[in-house]
Design a protein. Sequence first.
Length: 68
Amino acid sequence: MDDLVAFQRARLDEEAEEARATTQGDWVWSREFVTPPGYHHRTVGPLEPGDAWFIARHSPARVLAEVD
């Protein structure tokens, strides 16, 4: 069981590290683009609605809140 816990903790640590390396703040879906608020560049686009929703839902702030 300890190996499983260590494995899961390592995956969460990886997710947290990746999230901290991104533009901070909530990410939002604005129909065609995923744009961090206050950030003047857009990522890529146009995106399929399902892709845009998934990206916005997994914003760095959300990932860090779940990991911590």
